[in-house]
Design a protein around this ligand. Structure first.
Ligand code: AMP
Ligand code: MN
Ligand code: MN
Ligand code: MN
Length: 278
């Protein structure tokens, strides 16, 4: 695999700040030759990105992807789907449901924020969100309204893991998330496994359960993953016979540590999703 690739990125259709066109331009500028756009719970940005590439015959290959929020016995996880058919009706129906649940969650978070004196968040979000509302949008609204000095503080104080606002999640199940991606001809990938707040033992079980339910790949390289954690993941990738995927989880250019195409390298001999996608 000699192409420079990145199999995890976001656009303005979820919580990225670039439009699909800007993202493609930026990827080319960064020397990325193969890019997966994997917005949270939507595939709506893919057409724009592909049309822009086709119309201008740009030197980049787009992998059609998405990132589903899913519920498991171990809490919320993210499942990336790579190489999906973006006209698949079951996938589109599942995404519509996820998006509706996201708006309901935003409304509930707003209600709880109001109770502690933080007002106007939902209205700001409703104006700024293109399609999928995320906690990133809520955090931006909190900052814009002056209740936190930056995004990090908004998460810490209010809507992060240890923040004051706790809202139950109601996402698609692990089984259904994998099924809907596979039925749309995509490869289900367990995203950034070490970022979930669970023990290694539970993470091992989660990877096994993901595989038993038809999961086919696991992210083995992403920003801030230490070499020892990568080595740990590699053991589980091998024992579960999973393909490896790698990506930056890019959201915006000023966050340098997750810049497009920027993540640790993995051994060239590890079986990789690129072999099925490119
Ligand atoms: P959601 O899927 O709506 O729960 O939103 C999760 C998104 O919020 C993630 O994909 C990240 O982009 C962002 N996020 C989560 N935690 C933080 C944090 N502590 N600081 C900044 N962004 C965060
Ligand atoms: Mn995000
Ligand atoms: Mn994620
Ligand atoms: Mn992501």
């Amino acid at each position: 695999m000699t192409l420079k690739y990145d199999f995890h990125s976001h656009s303005i259709y979820s919580d990225g700040t670039l439009t699909p066109v800007e993202l493609i331009d930026y990827a080319i500028e960064r020397g990325v030759e193969c890019l997966a756009l994997t917005d949270h719970d939507t595939i709506s940005g893919l057409r724009e990105a592909q049309d822009y590439i086709d119309q201008n015959q740009l030197p980049i290959r787009l992998i059609k992807g998405l990132e589903l929020s899913a519920l498991t016995d171990y809490g919320e996880i993210h499942i990336v789907g790579l190489g999906v058919d973006d006209t698949d009706e079951h996938l589109l129906a599942a995404l519509k449901l996820q998006q509706e649940k996201r708006w309901l969650r935003a409304k509930e978070i707003d209600r709880r924020l109001q109770k502690i004196g933080v007002n106007g968040v939902y209205e700001v979000c409703a104006k700024q969100v293109k399609q999928v509302v995320t906690r990133s949008h809520i955090a931006r609204a909190i900052v814009e309204l002056g209740y936190a000095k930056d995004l990090s503080q908004a998460f810490k104080k209010y809507i992060g893991k240890k923040g004051r606002i706790k809202v139950d999640k109601d996402w698609i199940s692990l089984e259904n998330a994998i099924e809907v991606i596979r039925k749309a001809h995509g490869i289900p990938v367990l995203a950034h496994p070490t970022r979930y707040p669970i023990s290694n033992r539970k993470l091992g079980f989660l990877i096994q359960e993901f595989t038993e339910n038809g999961g086919e790949a696991i992210e083995l390289a992403y920003p801030s993953l230490s070499p020892d954690k990568m080595a740990w993941l590699k053991i589980h990738q091998e024992s579960n016979n999973l393909l490896a995927s790698c990506g930056s989880d890019f959201h915006y250019p000023d966050m340098r540590w997750t810049d497009l195409g920027r993540f640790p390298r993995i051994d060239a001999n590890i079986p990789h999703v690129s072999e099925r996608l490119i």
